[in-house]
Design a protein around this ligand. Structure first.
Ligand code: UDP
Ligand code: MG
Length: 318
């Protein structure tokens, strides 16, 4: 039986790029349907992540034009990861497989066919992995590299050079639904789900229009989220740091006592100030890291919904 495929495409303020890319997604879908790889009721499903421009109007008119387009709209902007989950959870009710991808044309649509082939071979998760980073700026390239190294060092296992371009079966999405955490970091969760997995390589294009929503500040926030959602290693590092400082202080105390007994005590303002600055610096950083975790606990205990779907277009009845 040919599987029903839903492409899940989050869009936030993408009025510039949607007219360029939406037709390509549909053409690809048609091609796969004609090739007999996917079922005729497959869809290109957009998720409007509370856009402030005309994105939703564009999506609405696409849905009116052609029933192969579908769309849901979130009540407000909830960020890329939540928009993805919202789309995937809706899509899994109607599809056998989903492929999540960016709407800006950066994820090569020609990899979709290969992903579906991998699924046909029995893989339930297929990661789209970039085979080169030549289209990235030097800054994005090197920051990505240090990001992966940092995450690995902190004990988070992710697939390098894989973003959120991936195929997942409805069965995998059922398992994902059980992960109710508000601090969502899909790249970290999905490899933990297990299931038979494989990889498809593609080369990442430049954004067709508009500009990225991931400036440096957001990338740093995502990196911190990635670590604190998956690993308590930073807390251990703090403990270790505490032990080292305590040990050094112990040696310092012995030194002070010996100096005192031998009558050799001088004003020592510089050394005292240095030690004070060093120790209080470490304390502040440590408190910050612990606070980061407490903040996470706070957000999780409230168990608020990750998103609210306010509108749906061309989504079949359940
Ligand atoms: N996106 C979203 N909500 C946001 C920010 C981004 O749904 O708050 C979408 C965006 O429309 C795009 C995808 O997430 O389809 C990836 O964003 P972007 O292309 O800006 O990131 P980059 O590819 O530069 O890392
Ligand atoms: Mg992009």
């Amino acid at each position: 039986m040919t599987p029903v495929l839903y492409l899940v495409i989050p869009c936030y303020n993408e009025e510039q790029v949607l007219p360029l890319t939406s037709g390509k997604f549909k053409a690809k879908l048609d091609e796969l349907v004609s090739a007999g790889k996917i079922a005729g009721n497959s869809r290109v499903m957009f998720v409007n992540d509370g856009s402030k421009d005309t994105t939703w109007d564009i999506l609405t008119s696409l849905c009116e034009e052609d029933e192969r387009y579908a769309a849901i709209s979130l009540s407000r902007n909830r960020g890329h990861q939540n928009a993805l989950v919202a789309g995937l959870m809706e899509a899994k009710k109607h599809a056998d497989i989903t492929i999540s991808m960016d709407c800006d044309g950066q994820d090569d649509i020609n990899a979709i066919g290969q992903m579906v082939d991998e699924y046909a071979k029995g893989n339930e998760i297929v990661y789209g992995v970039r085979n080169d980073r030549s289209t990235d700026s030097w800054f994005k390239r090197s920051s990505a590299r240090s990001y992966y190294r940092f995450l690995k060092g902190m004990g988070v296992d992710i697939i390098p050079d894989h973003a959120d371009y991936r195929l997942m079966s409805a069965r995998v999405l059922d398992a994902l639904e059980g992960y109710g955490e508000v601090n969502l970091f899909l790249r970290g969760i999905i490899p933990q789900l297990g299931f038979k997995q494989s990889v498809v390589y593609y080369s990442r294009a430049e954004r067709e229009a508009g500009k990225t929503h991931y400036p440096l500040s957001k990338m740093i926030a995502l990196a911190i989220d990635g670590v604190t959602s998956f690993s308590v290693r930073p807390l251990r590092i703090i403990t270790l740091l505490g032990l080292i400082v305590a040990f050094l202080s112990f040696i310092g105390i012995i030194y002070v006592l010996v100096s005192f007994i031998s009558g050799y005590v001088v004003d020592g303002w510089a050394s005292t100030t240095c030690i004070l600055c060093f120790v209080s610096g470490i304390q502040m950083i440590s408190l910050g890291v612990i606070g980061e975790y407490i903040g996470k606990i706070y957000l999780e205990t409230k168990q608020r919904p990750r998103y609210i779907v306010s509108e749906k277009k061309n989504i079949p009845e359940e």
